[in-house]
Design a protein around this ligand. Structure first.
Ligand SMILES: Cc1cc2nc3c(=O)[nH]c(=O)nc-3n(C[C@H](O)[C@H](O)[C@H](O)COP(=O)(O)OP(=O)(O)OC[C@H]3O[C@@H](n4cnc5c(N)ncnc54)[C@H](O)[C@@H]3O)c2cc1C
Length: 547
């Protein structure tokens, strides 16, 4: 940590420091008592993050034909033996209250056309037995972010820091217990390239997923796994990172930056076809196009590899043009930008990484194994998703655990600030790292992860990837020591740590389960176990342990 302190500027002090302004971070900031000072950090603009791009919706048990038990059953089935039942039950039970809270915040969900006008329209997605997805047309995330951010900006106890990047957590050894305590974070202000110490009684990581570690992703650039990498370096348990979810259908077009085509398009009758027009999903699963997304992604990957296709087709053009334009206005408009009129022609699609099922291990209160450090949203592993996330459960999870943090923090009202030494050193001897080196390493790592640690894995490819990543890790730590710490360098370092964690986790799992598929272990074990990685007391001593 010495090297970071050379660029350190000054100190900010809060009751609660929230790193990340997506659904998880914003909803927590809004709910915390107004008597608490809150620092809310965002790497770029406030709205930017996966939340903003969520199209499909948020699952909730609202319809009369549905039940909490069925939501639990569907979630557990998708999770392939690794869901924590108590967590799944608690989340499904609270889903109605969560939707009501979002409505109170002003989120304008789509309503039913027929029947009572106050009823929300529910759609169906892969893995869900009944229509259960509340949505705002096909821009659910945008509607949520707009409402939450509108409120966050007006709340006087919340101080906003956009274009600020958290680098690492600050922890203190505890004299009375073996458990470390988190007391703040080093934050880089991108506008002036200075590093500040942000001190807080409680720190909440809400930094989203790590999907940018792969070449093709549906996620925005913010998803570089910063929170998971920071927590890992600080000594948190990181769970089940081998389970990376690939979304089956991202638009295949050289100008579309992995634009996602929502699963609800298949829910509304969209068909998957080979480029010659033949359907194929029935060969892989009796549920056809509505099979869980891992099965659909592997089926597409398999057809592409066997036949040498660059893409497959997703077709909704058999539906009425007026219906398509009304139900999928965003997808319709975006595809039209690339000269694809989805009311007339099918769209070319490929799989891309979409969701990080693993993450920082948390308990039902969103606590990590470091005192006063919480993790919520996609950065966390709560046990809700198990080995495979069911569609539209993640936004629900973000809000559920923000409520849990609130309840937990209230129990520790008398918590005091810890002293942090202000180790201010100047930065004059450091040089800027060459952009070409960062860009090259970045591309190489993401390509390596795509080719060697992708949808279908083998031991040989994983071991080769492990060796290559260890070289990158040595280089980046050297660079971190010698060069001025920039946002790009921080992200590159984090991507390397994430790659290491995913590879180590994938090598440890000697079976194929859920999203993890290894040709050397094609069978599923009788016993379902989590993979827990911990960096250990000293770097890399206790690399891996199973619990
Ligand atoms: C295209 C797309 C469609 C999706 N559709 C759905 C859907 O229909 N339903 C559903 O339930 N889920 C969906 N998901 C998944 C869901 O959107 C995400 O899991 C969820 O929004 C994650 O929210 P979050 O608050 O945890 O993180 P994010 O919304 O990703 O926010 C992360 C925040 O952390 C900040 N951050 C990151 N690193 C740092 C750092 N080092 N320092 C400071 N700030 C940092 C970012 O700037 C950002 O503010 C979709 C995801 C994508 C990408």
């Amino acid at each position: 940590m010495q090297k970071i302190l050379k660029q350190v500027e000054n100190k900010k002090i809060f009751d609660v420091l929230i790193i990340g302004s997506g659904a998880a971070g914003n909803s927590l900031a809004l709910q915390l008592p107004k008597t608490m000072s809150v620092g809310l950090i965002s790497k770029t603009e406030l709205h930017e993050g996966s939340t903003y791009y969520a199209q499909g919706g948020i699952s909730a048990v609202l319809s009369k034909i549905d039940s909490i038990n069925q939501h639990v059953e569907d979630t557990m089935e998708a999770g392939a033996g690794l869901c924590k039942e108590d967590i799944v039950k608690a989340v499904a039970k609270d889903s109605k209250v969560i939707i009501e809270w979002l409505l109170e915040q002003g989120v304008k969900f789509t309503k039913n056309e027929s029947g009572s006008s106050d009823k929300l329209h529910l759609t169906k997605e892969g893995g869900h037995t009944y229509p259960r997805i509340v949505h705002a047309a096909d821009k659910t995330g945008e509607a949520i972010q707009d409402s939450l951010i509108n409120k966050v900006k007006k709340q006087s106890n919340i101080e906003l820091f956009t274009h600020h990047v958290a680098i690492d957590l600050i922890t203190k050894e505890n004299k009375d217990s073996a458990q470390k305590k988190c007391v703040g974070s080093y934050i880089l202000n991108k506008k002036n390239n200075q590093i500040n110490v942000f001190k807080a009684k409680f720190v909440v990581l809400a930094t989203g997923g790590a999907n940018k570690v792969y070449l093709y992703t549906s996620n925005p650039d913010t998803s570089s796994g910063d929170g998971i990498a920071m927590a890992y370096r600080a000594g948190c348990d990181i769970a089940n990172m081998e389970f990376m979810q690939f979304h089956p259908t991202c638009l295949f077009h050289h100008k579309a930056k992995s634009f996602l085509i929502s699963e609800s398009l298949r829910g509304e009758g969209g068909r998957l076809l080979l480029p010659n027009g033949d359907s194929f999903m029935h060969k892989y699963d009796s549920r056809g196009v509505l099979a869980p997304r891992d099965i659909v992604a592997r089926a597409i990957d398999s057809e592409m590899k066997i036949n040498g296709f660059d893409y497959v087709l997703l077709d909704i053009s058999h539906k009425k043009s007026s219906f398509i334009k009304k139900r999928f206005p965003n997808i319709y408009k975006k595809c039209l930008e690339f000269n694809i009129d989805i009311t007339k022609t099918p769209m070319p699609v490929v799989p891309a990484t979409h969701y990080t099922c693993g993450g920082i291990n948390i308990d039902i209160n969103a606590r990590t194994n470091i005192k006063n450090l919480y993790a919520i949203g996609e950065v966390a592993h709560s046990g809700l998703h198990g080995a495979n996330r069911m569609a539209s459960n993640s936004l629900l999870e973000c809000i559920f655990f923000s409520k849990k943090v609130l309840e937990d923090i209230k129990k520790y009202e008398n918590e005091k600030h810890e002293d942090i030494r202000n180790l201010l050193e100047n930065n004059k001897d450091k040089k800027v790292s060459e952009e070409v080196i960062i860009k090259h390493s970045w591309k190489e790592i993401r390509t390596l992860m795509w080719n060697y640690v992708g949808i279908v894995r083998t031991n040989e490819r994983l071991l080769k990837a492990k060796i290559r990543i260890s070289i990158f890790k040595r280089e980046v730590e050297e660079s971190f020591d010698k060069n001025i710490i920039s946002s790009d360098l921080i992200e590159l370092r984090n991507l390397i740590y994430i790659a290491e964690i995913i590879i180590t986790s994938a090598l440890a799992r000697k079976e194929s389960r859920g999203l993890h598929y290894n040709l050397d272990y094609p069978k599923i074990n009788d016993e379902a176990k989590d993979t827990i990685i911990n960096i250990g007391v000293k770097n890399n001593i206790k690399l891996y342990q199973e619990k």
